[in-house]
Design a protein around this ligand. Sequence first.
Ligand code: DHB
Ligand code: FE
Length: 282
Amino acid sequence: MARIVGSISTSHIPAIGGAIARKAQQEPYWKPFFDGYPPVQEWLESARPDVVVIIHNDHGLNFFLDKMPTFAVGTAAEYQTADEGWGIPALAPAPGNQDLAWHMVESLVADEFDITTCQEALIDHAVSLPLALLWPEHNARGEWPVQIVPVCINTVQAPYPSAARCYQLGQAIRRAVESWESDARVLIIGSGGLSHQLDGERAGFINKAFDTQFMQSMVDDPEWVTQYSNDELVELTGTQGIELLMWVAARGAMPEAVHQLHANYHVPISNTATGLLVLAPR
Ligand code: DHB
Ligand code: FE
């Protein structure tokens, strides 16, 4: 059966794409952010994942207000990167693992998660930028060393699924991966920001105390966050801070007992508190 080698949760911010294109990683503004990634790149060389289940939120690229699935799984052979208006350069298309994708669709529906299946999908900065941050040399060559299965959680149009439900989705993803007949090594990525609000009266809102407690809870008390409703989470973390649901689902896909391999937290990049957390099964 397939094996989950670990999880990486990371912020995704469109401006990262511009910084990579400009080779600005060592500029004082960007250095504390990019310095978080080399230890993870090193770990990936020994973890050697073949497939990445990447849990992300769309930003109005694939799904718009007229059709908004709560949970969606991509089953495409390939995903082109596209930009919903930030002006960031397109990156290499990501190959899909269709065998795992269809197995996950079967397993999740049997597990009572009535997901939307996407045989075609584009990927935005929430998928392409984590790949670029984790595999910069492959990005420079215009290829990726892994295949992906994208899992999308709606954070664009209310109502959003609760943190408890996203945690359960993660647990169902784990059951799906671990029942996939394959000797593949599977990495889980949760792609979403911590506290941030891009517009409105509280634009620029950041809650470092909450983010710090949330990151620690992901290691040793993963259901801590499920005490909060989504309205409370938006109050605590800003309107786009609700993207932390991606971290919650990624954590659900890991065994209960994990250990922290690496963490980084830096404020601000753009309007966002950036977080990075790497967990391995204990
Ligand atoms: C920003 C953060 C995001 O998560 C996003 O999707 C778009 C923009 C930002 O802080 O600029
Ligand atoms: Fe986002």
